[in-house]
Design a binder for this molecule. Sequence first.
Ligand code: OAD
Length: 249
Amino acid sequence: MDTVRDWIRQARHIAVLTGAGMSAESGVPTFRDAGMPAPGAAAAGTGSGLWAKFDPQQLATEDAFRANPGMVWDWYAHRRETIAKVEPNAGHRAVADFQRRHPGRLTVITQNVDGLHQRAGSGGVLALHGNLGEDKWLDLPRNCCDAHAVTPGRPPFCDRCGNMLRPAVVWFGELLPIGVLEAAGQAARQCDLMLVVGTSGVVQPAAGLARLAGGRVVVVNPEETALDDAAHAVLRGTAAHLLPQLLED
Ligand code: OAD
């Protein structure tokens, strides 16, 4: 722990790569937690991951949305409601406070779509998998598809051509937003230290960013991850517990 704190103090640039575990203590369920319930996860009614209860192929693909737009829309609406009720935790706040105290020294790269880093006050967040708080058109928008033509529904749709709104998140089989991915790759390569927090490290290309890191890699996670072998140090603990200690001056 003290060694990692020294590395943080010395680092000119830090990248923080986060996954669902970052928000577990806020009460947002993770995707693949098979093991012990994350502290705080009881608030969300479960200690196991979303993908143990739901089939991603039925909910998180374009095909699923086209086949059953109402059901997929409702599932995301439920996740939006969950997220609206929770708050950033001490881990999110520690990251944002560090950025405030050290402008330009820390870049947040997140797989999370919950917007909690942003709500904690982090700036320039690289949201690899999009944002649950935003919608976009399912098909390429035509001239008629604008805010005035949206008819409320599940999902809302363009009343002229029928194009549907969908959550602005990355689904399985889709490419990540290229500008965000490039910026994340650059932040990874240029960092002296990367903190990999709350991710199982199994979803590409996000997980690969840890292997691109130009400097030391530190994994923060209560459980084993697929990125432990890339780490110069592994800290077994939770985000809300460890990040405030690591990132205080
Ligand atoms: P996972 O659900 O795969 O992994 C969550 C990780 O968080 C596990 O390694 C847990 O051990 C860890 N964890 C649980 N509680 C924690 C805590 N309090 N503090 C720190 N770590 C904790 O989530 P991701 O790795 O983010 O993709 O999953 C990657 C992607 O898979 C997601 O972005 C999502 C999903 O399908 C899309 O939606 C495109």
